[in-house]
Design a protein around this ligand. Sequence first.
Ligand code: FES
Length: 238
Amino acid sequence: MSFDPWELLARIRPDVVNDLRRWQGVVGRQLSPRERVLVRVALAAQSRSVPLLESALDEAAAYEIEPDALLDAVLCAGPIAGMASVLDAVEVIHRRHPELVPDDTSEETPLVVFSPSPPEIPPTDDLPAPPAVRSLELLVEEVPETGAKVIELSGRRVAVFRAEERFYAVDDVCPHQDRPLADGQVEDGHLVCPWHGWRFDLGTGQCDLSPGEDLVIHRAEVRGDRLLVSLADSAEAE
Ligand code: FES
């Protein structure tokens, strides 16, 4: 099995790694799903963890992100991660996208050493809407012991919790005042909202305090070292 530096850090410095991941989740909420996946690719390249990069590339594939954009993401990591990390990541990306090597190598591409003006970045409004993705595979280790891993599926924020080696996926929106639930506590099969203490049954979504104002529960299925999170059939894309 290949050495995974993230796994090592997660084992010997779990608090720091969990805080870092939660911080990334919080700041990531401001980004579009496509931007978030590309940031994840860049961070995985920076970490030099092949399993993390593979997982980020799975997400990118779900969003049909083109290989050129993946290369740009890992190049963005270059100034901090160093070229060795970038080259490792390019190798992993190339294994998935062998078409990145042009068929005709007879024409030499001129080497550009200086660009007088920065490239234009298209306004985000021009980007096509991301495809609806109703399920996503995570590494089990990505779900922290405390707090939640927040992901986005079909425009819905989904908070994934772990408690006593069971996993739960719920809408990251409290039915009481639409506040995030990611900082909630799991107790006895219930999720307690951190804002005003409403409790939701993690099997049915029922609220103890206000019957009828129930939480949407999604599916979380462990497959070896991966966790498949899928939107509930009743959940509409947003
Ligand atoms: S916002 Fe969750 S209980 Fe009030």
